[in-house]
Design a protein around this ligand. Structure first.
Ligand SMILES: [Zn+2]
Length: 333
């Protein structure tokens, strides 16, 4: 039995495995520029950010209908459950779909269908977080929030907003207005910061956007005052170790700063980001850091505990307590 954990940094579009991509392409009559799943799997061996982004956005062409989004989320939840994920807070990128002529209703209804039945089918509780593409304009983000209004909690499944895609040159402050609007609507707020961008972007995400969690946040280690603040305020960081290696945020996993970050008292969690593309799901990331960084069982338990402490479960503290009890009771093989 795998260690129980929450996944807090997961882009649903990044869970599209080659087999499902081909199945959806066939169902929708979409021509893929790859001979077969093996050829596509080889394309997943990209070596830089641009080739990753080209592949990532190119393959989204197969996602057209409600059923496609439901099947995508279902496939992820099955894999996540098999690796011990008990709670998942799932990102999606509506602008990437709206730009292709796929309606917000189609995306949210499809994902929502899979999420609604997830607890019964997979034993995984879920929440949905809508991300804005930071390389798009602030006006586009505001328009997207407006379009999403019928699907916001409590009547809809969207509980929060996030900020993702190419970081450098798109500082958090660009999105001040849409985050203020999201806060006024009662939405939770997270943001990618300090992955390839500087530590100052983390500070700005906290101060200007009111971010409650920082996605990645890896580069905080370059600023001791920022580390002290993140420790003091218990700001969770959603780290994605295998993603960091594939996108060259670190050269090799053995050099990942995770152990030093835990030693510093940071509230670190381990997640998968875009698991179909980066070499593994949440449990694979736990296994990889255990091996490469020699993490002890108690360190792994700390990471699992942190994931539930950092989850947006304030509306259901009984559930959080149950999950935390599962973590404490877990016996390592
Ligand atoms: Zn991410």
């Amino acid at each position: 039995m795998p260690l129980p954990k929450a996944e807090l940094h997961l882009h649903i579009e990044g869970t599209l495995e080659p087999e499902l991509a081909f199945a959806l392409a066939a169902r929708n009559g979409v021509e893929l520029p790859y001979a077969d799943t093996d050829a596509l799997r080889t394309a997943y061996e990209f070596t830089d950010l641009q080739s990753f982004l080209d592949l990532y956005y190119g393959l989204m062409a197969v996602l057209r209908t409600e059923d496609d989004f439901a099947d995508l989320a279902d496939a992820y939840l099955a894999r996540a459950a098999a690796q011990g994920v008990r709670h998942a807070e799932i990102f999606f990128d509506p602008q990437a779909h709206l730009a292709r002529g796929v309606a917000m209703e189609t995306v949210v209804a499809g994902l929502g269908r899979a999420l609604d039945r997830s607890e019964a089918v997979h034993g995984v509780s879920t929440q949905l977080i809508m991300c804005f593409l930071r390389d798009e304009s602030a006006a586009s983000a505001l328009e997207t929030l407006e379009t999403a209004k019928p699907y916001l909690a409590p009547q809809g499944p969207i509980v929060g907003v996030g900020l993702d895609s190419a970081e450098v040159g798109h500082p958090p402050a660009k999105f001040r207005e849409v985050y203020e609007a999201a806060a006024a609507l009662g939405l939770r707020r997270v943001a990618h910061a300090g992955e390839e961008g500087p530590p100052a972007y983390i500070t700005e995400a906290l101060d200007v956007l009111g971010a409650e969690r920082i996605d990645h946040g890896l580069r905080c280690v370059e600023d001791p005052e920022l580390v002290a603040r993140l420790v003091r305020d218990r700001v969770p960081l959603t780290l994605c170790p295998l993603s960091n290696v594939r996108l060259r945020a670190v050269d090799v996993l053995a050099e990942h700063p995770l152990p030093a970050m835990l030693d510093a008292g940071l509230l670190c969690t381990v997640n998968s980001d875009d698991p179909a593309y980066f070499g593994g799901y949440a449990g694979d990331n736990f296994d990889a850091v255990r091996v490469a960084l020699g993490l002890s069982p108690e360190r792994l338990r700390e990471l699992a505990r942190n994931s539930f402490l950092a989850a947006f479960l304030e509306h259901d503290e009984d559930r959080r307590s149950r999950y935390l009890a599962e973590v404490e009771a877990y016996e390592f093989p």
